[in-house]
Design a protein around this ligand. Structure first.
Ligand code: MUC
Ligand code: MG
Length: 367
């Protein structure tokens, strides 16, 4: 169970439909496949999705960080020494998706070595999660049509609506159209990706007070410390910290500072080892948790559902598990399927992510 090598492979898969939100837009999944090899011939996999507009990481930067820092730090360790790996990688500030992909590929390799699933290793609470679909910026009619398609084709009944545009009426009109078009049976929440000011957020939330929202996420920047605290205090729904709370320490700071009352856990940026810490912290503080999506492909979505299904708190709410539906293809030999609004954990060892070698050959960018 000793790590002999860590590979970081760039690949690119176009999106069928770009996703647009207040902090950026995505047209192609230019991600990094990470493979952790062991001396027993076991290979663990994970996927790092660079989000330059959120964390400053790029595809080339992730590869360099893994090849030159994180890969060498874990090579020679046993898969059972995940806390040593975490301590070594944590010495470097930032680079959350690079570190997380290495961490998750180690857990996958461990599951494969022990012949148990990662969900069982982490906690084994359940084997599936309800799915929340993310709706990117568009006209109200197009966003309603997209939500109806997701409900009718996949049984999805929870939607996260991207907001944060000016004037706020552009977005409040969308949320109203969704509630009127889809009725009371669906769950709706909003994510501003820091696009509004605290005052715009307050105005928008007042305008939407009758729309029965579940949560509000990162409507304004956490750097506007007093404005954000003022906003959060007047809301009657939990306020989710997403990109403002990458590490467990960030979560503590945001929550104790009154700037958030719930947390988004994204395995793409906290792996499994750090996500466990955030989960335990959320449980201790009594926070709602949503399993978020960093616009992951299918391997990343398997990581999210593997972690989310492992605990009661992380599987209570619908998880953001459907962004891969917007991609034109993927690397898995057997594609993920969402039915009756749920995504199941893959049975079998590790994450159950078997890659299609032809697809990897086709989409990889390094040869
Ligand atoms: C989200 O929840 O914000 C958009 C940017 C990112 O890093 O993740 C997505 C979704
Ligand atoms: Mg968010």
């Amino acid at each position: 169970m000793k790590i002999t090598r860590v590979e970081a492979i760039p690949f690119a898969i176009p999106y069928r439909k770009p996703l647009r939100f207040a902090s950026g837009e995505v047209h192609a999944a230019e991600h990094v496949l990470v493979r952790v090899h062991t001396d027993d011939g076991v290979v663990g996999v994970a996927e790092a999705p660079p989000r330059p507009f959120t964390y400053g990481e790029t595809q080339a930067g992730i590869i360099t960080a893994i090849d030159s820092i994180f890969g060498p730090q874990v090579t020679g360790l046993s898969l059972l020494e995940r806390e040593v790996a975490h301590a070594r990688m944590s010495r470097t500030v930032g680079n959350p998706t690079a570190k997380s992909a290495v961490d998750m590929a180690m857990w996958d390799a461990l599951g494969r070595s022990l012949d148990v699933s990662v969900t069982e290793l982490l906690g084994g609470f359940t084997d599936r999660m309800r799915v929340s679909h993310m709706l990117g910026f568009d006209e109200p009619a197009a966003m309603v049509a997209e939500a109806e398609k997701m409900r009718d084709s996949y049984g999805i009944t929870t939607f996260k609506v991207k907001v944060g545009r000016s004037p706020v009426s552009l977005d409040t009109a969308v949320v109203r159209a969704l509630r009127e078009g889809l009725g009371d049976a669906v769950e709706l929440y909003v994510d501003g990706n820091r696009g509004w000011t605290a005052a715009e957020s307050a105005r928008a939330m007042k305008e939407m007070a009758d729309l029965d929202l579940l949560f509000a996420e990162e409507l304004c920047p956490a750097d506007d410390v007093l404005g954000r605290r003022w906003l959060v205090q007047q809301l009657d729904v939990p306020f989710i910290a997403d990109e403002s709370a990458v590490t467990p320490a960030d979560v503590t700071r945001e929550v104790l500072g009154g700037s958030a009352t719930a947390v988004s856990i994204k395995t793409a940026r906290t792996g499994f080892t750090r996500s466990q810490r955030t989960h335990h912290l959320a449980e201790g503080l009594g926070l709602e948790v949503v399993m978020g999506n960093q616009i992951d492909g299918q391997i990343g979505s398997l990581c999210t559902v593997a972690f989310g299904a492992a605990h009661a708190l992380t599987s209570r709410r619908a998880g953001e598990l459907s962004n891969f539906l917007d991609m034109s293809d993927d690397l898995l030999a057997e594609p993920l399927t969402i039915s009756d609004g749920e995504l199941a954990v893959r049975p079998g060892a590790g994450l159950g992510a078997e890659l299609d070698p032809d697809k990897l050959r086709h989409y990889r960018q390094d040869r």
